[in-house]
Design a protein around this ligand. Structure first.
Ligand SMILES: *Cc1c(COP(=O)(O)O)cnc(C)c1O
Length: 383
């Protein structure tokens, strides 16, 4: 018979009953459904999910259950993961540098849309069926994101014009795509890209079927829920101003903002030294806390004792090390933790669904692999 894993009331009840000595992610499918619904209600086009943010089977199958039909994949392994979650999910293969073997895998998986940002990469796609869409990925030197993907991928507008002409001339369905970067807190990045897209298609003299505005939607970093609807509205106003009655279909591909709030990470305190100034956790930058190294301190950390009760004393700044024997395994900004924190307590990090388990290594025999399903997550902002 199929195993159905237990559903816990909350991270606190699970911690109190099982006092795990390894880091755990607590997943609330309800929160994921709420966020997926918010995107589908608010975004004026097709909402796809960028699998790399969190490819856990429970994430993919719950997104399918919430009505998500399209997935942004970057590798054959991600295609397999999507297929396992849904036999008819639509895949967009938006990693623009591909080996011959990867291209064959994409064709075999029935990828519907392929991005391209270089003539040499378009040359490689000769065997892609003409029924597919090829989206030219372009990049602008715009700020606004926590880090900039334009430095790695994306054709400059002049090259994008030439690529778009070639895609149309060679018989695929032409489209354009961009990705403004991750944790993009300024909607003007999308606005600039939308207007640049219009200039590219005018210069190419090609009508595009769809414009993919990428991911990069901000997640809650400091307890203030980002105003996604404001970003959706700014994108729609820009598309309306640029394209009028001749709008392309729109696609977005959130990763971080889709999944981050539905997981809370719990790491246990292994050691406390120097009158509380230094704390050792059983997870760190080689595990599920790597995004804290890259994105900075989250604002919503809580500490619970092994019996599940919350530590309530005022906060004291701490130096925080992870469990490995590498001195780099340290949270760059430390963490303020309550003064009554003790060895054996758990630090709860809400909003760690994205780029956590997906990027965790097994370095030194540590790492994040366990997920428990919960009904409620505290500390997470409701949409
Ligand atoms: C990583 C990525 C995304 C998702 O980015 P988030 O910041 O997680 O929303 C979307 N599209 C492409 C092409 C990506 O590489």
């Amino acid at each position: 018979m199929q195993q159905i894993p237990p559903l816990w009331l909350s991270p606190e009840t699970h911690l109190a009953r099982s006092t795990p000595d390894h880091p755990i992610l607590y997943f609330s499918p309800r929160v994921l459904h709420d966020v997926a619904n918010r995107f589908q209600r608010g975004f004026p086009g097709l909402v796809t999910y960028a699998v790399k943010a969190n490819p856990h089977p429970a994430v993919l199958s719950n997104l399918v259950a919430a009505g998500i039909t399209g997935f942004d994949v970057a590798s054959p392994a991600e295609m397999d993961a999507v297929r396992a979650a849904s036999p008819d999910a639509v895949m967009h293969y938006n990693n623009p540098v591909r080996s011959e073997v990867e291209i064959a895998a994409g064709i075999a998986h029935g990828v519907a849309s392929w991005s391209v940002d270089e003539p040499s990469e378009l040359d490689k796609l000769a065997d892609v069926p003409k029924s597919c869409e090829i989206a030219v990925r372009f990049a602008l030197p715009v700020a606004g994101a926590a880090y900039d993907f334009g430095s790695k991928f994306g054709a400059e507008p002049d090259m994008a014009i030439e690529l778009l002409k070639r895609v149309a001339a060679e018989g695929w369905t032409p489209a354009l795509c961009f990705h403004p970067g991750t944790q993009c807190e300024d909607e003007s990045a999308w606005v600039e890209y939308v207007h640049a897209a219009k200039r590219i298609i005018d210069a190419a003299g090609v009508k595009i079927a769809r414009l993919n505005v990428g991911g990069g939607f901000a997640a809650n970093r400091d307890g203030v829920a980002p105003d996604l609807e404001k970003v959706f509205a700014a994108i729609w106003v820009a598309v309306d101003a640029a394209f009028g009655d001749d709008k392309p279909g729109l696609i977005c591909e959130p990763g971080r903002a889709m999944v981050s709030e539905s997981f809370t990470l719990a790491a246990r305190i292994k050691g406390i030294r120097k009158a509380g100034e230094v704390v050792f956790l059983n997870d760190g930058i080689y595990g599920g806390l790597v995004d804290i190294r890259d994105m900075g301190l989250p604002g919503r950390v809580e500490v619970v004792a092994a019996d599940g009760t919350r530590r309530g004393a005022d906060a004291q700044p701490r130096v925080v090390f992870g469990p490995t024997c590498d001195s780099l395994d340290r949270l760059p900004d430390g963490l303020p933790l309550p003064r009554d924190t003790q060895i054996g307590d758990y630090v709860l990090f809400p909003g760690l669904g994205a780029y956590s388990s997906a990027m965790s290594t097994q370095f030194n025999g540590y790492g994040l692999s366990d997920v428990a399903t919960v009904i409620e997550l505290s500390g997470q902002a409701r949409p």
